[in-house]
Design a protein around this ligand. Structure first.
Ligand code: FAD
Length: 333
């Protein structure tokens, strides 16, 4: 393994993590330990995935509640359009808001197992943008509408409204979504999500910093203004690499694949995955990325090692410290 050539990330670099709901009671208790360790590092938020057709509704909500109650970290709920009527989606959003969740990742979702793109699987909402609008509307209905007259101005223009806003992230695809016909379509989709009211994007995993940086340039030129967080997945075994390529449709990163295949030990493979993620993280921050979003696979050691070696873990930094991030937070977006 070679040492990264890019400078370390500043210790104030914002970062966040993604987890998935546990599949057993034993996994749930292990996940609490992981969340405690991740929270102690001071992330901006921890996001929790949502299973196809709402299969993880209760378990996702349990994890989000734990993050909210046991830590000072902002929990972010993934939600999808799959299978819900308008009324069901609204009531689901209300349930999450009632649980104190103020940050969402709005997704279209993939066809549930056994179904394909051509099947009907979405319900009343057909795109992530429609879900973004619905979250804003449900949130707006909950908060009393207040008008403050501004002295000296005609009544029609003389009010300011005060609303508590939510943070709504959406997905972005630096190497294109598998269903997308062109790069332009991916950028247009992102613009539509911005127009719908999204204020943050998180990318699909990718393996080369240039892929992210050139995507950002195209998105900015097209008028996308919100921060786009790069999603980083430390790939610590050949099996994991095969599985994530299958799920994401990303192209095989041949150099990393060969390194993982020829390394005989699990510990050596883990080091290769960490090195790759550290190099990527440093290049991204040096290239102007607004932060780092790490796919944690419900384990804290690997992602915390990546952040530490990348330089992003400040000693003493924690979720109780004052926020250092310039990324939108639920209260100020
Ligand atoms: P959209 O933005 O609506 O579309 C994505 C792309 O597909 C766009 O480029 C669009 O132009 C193109 N497209 C859409 N419809 C068509 C069409 N009919 N024909 C041609 N092109 C089309 N899934 C889950 O189920 N649960 C999760 O928790 C989850 N978390 C995720 C987290 C991240 C960070 C990311 C990147 C993905 C996640 N996904 C999750 C996967 C996501 O649901 C899928 O990628 C889904 O296929 C697209 O969702 P979207 O919100 O990007 O859709």
């Amino acid at each position: 393994a070679s040492a990264p050539t890019d400078p370390p990330c500043p210790p104030s670099t914002p970062f966040s993590f993604e987890l998935y709901p546990p599949k057993s009671d034993a996994a749930a208790s292990a996940l609490h330990t992981t969340i405690d360790a991740l929270a102690a590092a001071g992330p901006d938020f921890i996001s929790v995935t949502y299973g196809a057709s709402g299969s993880s509704r209760t378990s996702s909500l349990d994890v989000l509640r734990y993050i909210r109650q046991a830590t000072r970290v902002d929990p972010m709920a993934h939600l999808t359009c799959v299978g819900s009527s308008h009324a069901e989606a609204s009531s689901l959003i209300r349930e999450f808001l009632d649980a104190g969740v103020q940050s969402f990742l709005a997704l279209r979702g993939d066809p549930p197992e056994g179904l394909t793109e051509g099947d009907t699987f979405l319900g009343d909402l057909h795109s992530a943008g429609e879900l973004v609008q619905l979250i804003h509307r449900v949130q707006a209905e909950r908060v009393p509408y207040r008008e403050t007259p501004i002295p000296g101005l005609p009544r029609a223009r003389a009010v300011k409204t005060e609303r508590q806003h939510v943070r709504i992230a959406v997905a972005a695809f630096p190497n294109g979504h598998p269903r997308s016909r062109s790069t332009a379509q991916d950028i247009d989709t992102l613009l539509a999500k911005q127009a719908a009211g999204a204020n943050l994007a998180i990318t699909q995993l990718f393996f080369h910093a240039d892929h992210y940086l050139s995507f950002i340039q195209r998105a900015r030129e097209a008028g996308v203004e919100f921060p786009i967080l790069p999603g980083i997945m430390p790939v610590t075994s050949p099996g994991r690499l095969r599985r994530i390529l299958e799920l994401s449709g990303e192209e095989l990163p041949s150099e990393l694949a060969i390194q993982l295949e020829v390394e005989p030990t699990a510990e050596g493979q883990r080091e290769i995955g960490i090195d790759h993620a550290v190099t990527l993280a440093r290049k991204l921050i040096a290239g102007g990325a607004p932060g780092l979003h790490l796919y944690a696979f419900n384990q804290h050691e690997t992602v915390l090692t990546v952040l530490d070696r990348a330089g992003a873990l400040a000693p003493g930094r924690s979720a109780t410290a004052a926020p250092t991030s310039s990324m939108p937070r639920p209260s100020d977006v």
